[in-house]
Design a protein. Structure first.
Length: 212
C-alpha cells in the first residue's frame, strides 16, 4: 500500500508552515522561513505582505539591498542581505533588526538568543569563549567558543554572530582601570576579571547563511 507518496505533499507543506511560524534559529540552515536556498522571489511569494524590499543598514553608514521580514513585529523582525550568486541567496540575516537590547523571540534549539549574559554563555559552552574588546566598531562580537559545547553549533562555518553590550563601565560595578584591560581591537577571553564583573548581555545577533 503506497501511503508515503500520498503523505509526502502534506508533510512538505507542514514543514514549510512550521518554518514560517516558528521562532527557531538553526545555524548553517535557517532562521524561521529564511534558508540557505531562499531567494528574494521565493520569500516574497511565500510570505506575502510579511516581507518587503528595503535598504538594509549594515553598519558604518552603509546599506545593502535586501528584504525586511515581519516589520510590524519587532520581536521577530529579520533583515536579509544577499550574496552575489545568480540567483542571489541570503548572505547575512540580522535577527530582531534594529532592536538592540530589546525583547527578541528567536532562539536556537539550545536556547541561545538575545538577552543571555556572558556567564550564561560560559555555562552553555562549559568553558570560556573569545570575544572582541570594547571601544571599537566591532566591540563585543563573539569570535570563537574554543572547542566548547557551543562550538559545533555556532562557530564557523555555521556562524551565528553574537554581540555583547561591552561598551562603557558606567553603573556596572567596574573601575575605569579594570575597563581598560578589555579595551582595544584584540580578542579577549570571557574569563577575564573585567568581563566577569561586567557580565554583559547579548544585544544583537546575525546569522551567516553564505559560506563555502
Amino acid at each position: 500500500m503506497l501511503v508515503v507518496p500520498r503523505l509526502a505533499p502534506f508533510l512538505l507543506f507542514a514543514a514549510v508552515l512550521s518554518a514560517a511560524t516558528d521562532d527557531v534559529i538553526v545555524p548553517g540552515l535557517r532562521v524561521g522561513p529564511v534558508t540557505r536556498t531562499s531567494t528574494e522571489q521565493s520569500l516574497l511569494r511565500s510570505l506575502g505582505k510579511s516581507a518587503m524590499k528595503a535598504e538594509i543598514d549594515v553598519g558604518e553608514g552603509m546599506t545593502e539591498r535586501g528584504l525586511i521580514i515581519y516589520e510590524d513585529d519587532p520581536a521577530r523582525r529579520l533583515a536579509v542581505t544577499w550574496d552575489h550568486g545568480r540567483p542571489a541567496h541570503p548572505a547575512l540575516v540580522f535577527i530582531c533588526y534594529q532592536r538592540l537590547n530589546s525583547p527578541c523571540r528567536w532562539r536556537t534549539a539550545s536556547g541561545i538568543g538575545i538577552g543571555l549574559t556572558l556567564k550564561d554563555l560560559e555555562r552553555h559552552n562549559s568553558r570560556p569563549f573569545e570575544l572582541t574588546g570594547a571601544g571599537t566598531d566591532v566591540s563585543g562580537n563573539g569570535v570563537s567558543f574554543n572547542g566548547g559545547r557551543l562550538a559545533r553549533e555556532l562557530d564557523n562555518p555555521k556562524r551565528l554572530l553574537l554581540t555583547f553590550d561591552v561598551n562603557g563601565p558606567a553603573n556596572r560595578n567596574i573601575s575605569a582601570e579594570e575597563y581598560d584591560t578589555i579595551q582595544g581591537g584584540g580578542v579577549f577571553l570571557s574569563s577575564l576579571p573585567a568581563f566577569q564583573k561586567l557580565n554583559p548581555r547579548v544585544i544583537a545577533m546575525g546569522l551567516y547563511l553564505s559560506f563555502p
